[in-house]
Design a protein around this ligand. Structure first.
Ligand code: DQA
Length: 143
């Protein structure tokens, strides 16, 4: 089984991107920690980071058979309506993650168009948020 780890625009340069806001962990660090978290269940992680919305949508459509997803949409949280529609058709539970506490920041980050569809939302916990999301998916998919 695979878990889909989906990261939107500007998240490939994690660690070198405004580290005072987003922390020092790289995307590779995040991928490792999520993989570590879910290996007890025998899940593999498929990690996709893209700068464009269309490619993220393809990744969702290509992974309907995954067990669940962790999604950091980046700034697509603000107006990513096509991403939202793609996630509406994703058949498994998924968790939205934001490294920073978006509510402590600019007004335009205070609403996410994908959040109403998410199984849960984790914000402001830095890279740990991805691990917590992985744990949440382990619980949500327990029969
Ligand atoms: C982010 C928050 C977004 O507002 C921002 O556009 C990002 C990163 C976060 O992880 O904190 O790209 O999703």
């Amino acid at each position: 089984s695979t878990l889909l780890l989906l990261n939107g625009p500007n998240l490939g340069i994690l660690g070198r991107r405004e580290p005072e806001v987003y922390g020092k962990a790289t995307l590779a660090d995040v991928e490792r920690s999520v993989a570590q978290e879910v290996k007890e269940r025998g899940w593999d992680v498929v990690s996709v980071q893209r700068e464009s919305e269309g490619e993220l949508i393809h990744a969702i459509q290509d992974n309907y058979d995954s067990v669940g997803a962790i999604v950091n949409p980046g700034a697509l949280m603000i107006a990513g309506w096509s991403l939202r529609d793609a996630l509406a058709n994703y058949p498994r539970p998924w968790i939205e993650v934001h490294l920073s506490n978006v509510w402590a920041r600019e007004q335009f980050r205070h609403e996410s168009v994908i959040a109403p569809l998410a199984g849960g939302v984790i914000v402001g916990m830095g890279a740990l948020g991805y691990q917590l999301a992985a744990r949440a998916l382990l619980s949500l998919t327990q029969e």
